[in-house]
Design a protein around this ligand. Structure first.
Ligand SMILES: *[C@@H]1O[C@H](CO)[C@@H](O)[C@H](O)[C@H]1NC(C)=O
Ligand SMILES: *[C@@H]1O[C@H](CO)[C@@H](O)[C@H](O)[C@H]1NC(C)=O
Ligand SMILES: *[C@@H]1O[C@H](CO)[C@@H](O)[C@H](O)[C@H]1NC(C)=O
Ligand SMILES: *[C@@H]1O[C@H](CO)[C@@H](O)[C@H](O)[C@H]1NC(C)=O
Length: 440
């Protein structure tokens, strides 16, 4: 009864986004966040903190906590803060590197990376610290970074990270852009936060490697991945929004932290990545070009626009020349996304295709998260930039976190079963179809 009244009240106030008015943006973001959290029950009796129910994989929950950290940062609304902290801390695993034993059997570097990037965001925006006796945001991000640096793989392709962590998983011989991009993104941001040169060195090494195998093309398209059994000589050319985004923010942070010729080089790359991102916009509205037109995006892919939105906004905060290059896209996309949040029984459910400027009869966490990130990102100009150790950071680090290696407690000892495979990480059609002729 009460819920019915509330929903009615919500839909009556509907979603009317006035992009010039911060209060309107906050209200709309609040309605969308509420819809997203209606999928979560991990904080209720019998639930597991941090996890979304199926069909949502573990990684997407980590991404969602990241979007709610952003939500607090942009709007100041602390409604979800305690739930976010509980969820994040419950999933850290024994080594604090986001490798909880329930997940490791099917965990990829990209999955782990999304949780690590959420923790990094928490440190950067001064999200309230966990209790003192618990692992801290910066430390968690460092643990993810350190555990992945140990996996740098020179046995093929001259380096890089494999998609999967453990050899018995499908995709172990695939080196993909999101795994390597998340590491690059995290390395750059850890460098920014701590000013420890080691992180910048790793960011440079990673970017150079990604370019060397062609995952980052000479014209700055980011391709999905490459088979290391073929020594990365063939590429899968699918392009996803989040791959452009993950490199865009890492490059923007590197620009922020460099000078002279080095900085000019990052600027060239940033401008290139943004120019190449034109493929993700139709009439200025963001869309997932590799699956949206055909209507066959999988559950993971339905959330990817959240991350390009998130990282375009964040890039403009550390590299101001980015503002005029992305703000038109973000403004137009936010208006279209808000217009899509007009369906379902509550009248404010968000759809997939922003390009139709109406609800398209679809719903889910990915749809809510994508709309949330693009709408709340409109508040970027009025928000403080990321902090660092030198500029007010309050998160305690531990440079040695997560160095236990993959034999650490929590590592799986047996191959996954068919049942476990259902929990596999981010799938991009590709790997299933194989690389042969994998054209986009
Ligand atoms: C792992 O799974 C068990 C059984 O479902 C559950 O009780 C426990 O809370 C889970 N742990 C994490 C970290 O998700
Ligand atoms: C594999 O690729 C790397 C980097 O591109 C190259 O240095 C190496 O020589 C290649 N190995 C073989 C066997 O082709
Ligand atoms: C780097 O980013 C910080 C945080 O937003 C900002 O204050 C600073 O002005 C940026 N540096 C440059 C050179 O734009
Ligand atoms: C810098 O980071 C590296 C890599 O994590 C670490 O080994 C080293 O101890 C750090 N240095 C300082 C001064 O924190």
């Amino acid at each position: 009864m009460v819920a019915g009244v509330l929903l009615a009240a919500r839909s009556a106030s509907a979603i009317v986004l006035n992009r010039q008015d911060p209060n309107s943006i906050k209200q709309v973001a609040s309605v969308i966040a509420h819809g997203m959290m209606s999928y979560y029950s991990g904080n209720t009796t019998g639930g597991t903190p941090g996890l979304l129910p199926g069909p949502y994989y573990w990684w997407e929950a980590g991404a969602m906590w990241g979007s709610l950290i952003d939500y607090w940062y942009y709007t100041g609304d602390a409604t979800y803060n305690d739930v976010v902290t509980q969820a994040m801390l419950f999933q850290t695993g024994t080594d604090n590197s986001f490798m909880p034993s329930n997940q490791t059997k099917s965990e990829g570097n990209d999955d782990q990376g999304f949780w690590g990037m959420a923790a990094m965001s928490a440190a950067e925006v001064k999200f309230p610290n966990p209790p003192d006796n618990q692992p801290q945001w910066l430390e968690l991000a460092q643990a993810v970074f350190n555990s992945q640096a140990l996996r740098w793989d020179t046995s093929s392709c001259g380096g890089g990270l494999k998609w999967q962590i453990f050899a018995f998983n499908n995709g172990y011989n695939y080196k993909n852009s999101i795994s390597n991009g998340a590491f690059f993104n995290l390395a750059a941001r850890l460098g920014y936060y701590t000013k420890n040169q080691t992180y910048f060195d790793w960011a440079n090494q990673m970017y150079d490697w990604v370019e060397s195998v062609g995952l980052m093309s000479p014209t700055y398209q980011v391709f999905d991945g490459t088979d290391d059994n073929l020594n990365c000589s063939q590429l899968n050319h699918l392009q996803w929004t989040y791959n452009a985004g993950v490199f865009l923010l890492g490059a923007s942070v590197m620009w922020n932290q460099t000078t002279g010729a080095e900085q000019a080089n990052w600027e060239k790359r940033i401008r290139g990545i943004i120019a190449a991102s034109v493929v993700f916009f139709e009439n200025g509205i963001m869309y997932e070009v590799a699956c949206e037109p055909q209507g066959n995006c999988d559950t993971d892919q339905l959330s990817f626009k959240a991350y390009l939105s998130r990282w375009m906004a964040a890039s403009s905060k550390v590299a101001p020349f980015v503002i005029p290059l992305v703000s038109g896209w973000l403004q137009t996309s936010a208006a279209a996304a808000a217009a899509s949040c007009s369906g379902g029984t509550d009248g404010v459910t968000c759809g997939t295709k922003w390009t139709v400027n109406a609800w398209d009869n679809t719903w889910g966490v990915g749809q809510q998260m994508s709309a949330l990130e693009v709408v709340q990102g409109l508040l970027i100009n009025g928000s403080a930039g990321p902090v660092s150790n030198l500029t007010g950071g309050i998160s305690r680090g531990n440079p040695a976190a997560g160095t236990g290696g993959d034999g650490a407690p929590g590592a799986p000892t047996t191959a996954i079963t068919t049942g476990d495979k259902a929990g596999a990480g981010i799938l991009t059609a590709v790997v299933l179809v194989g690389l042969i002729g994998g054209a986009w």
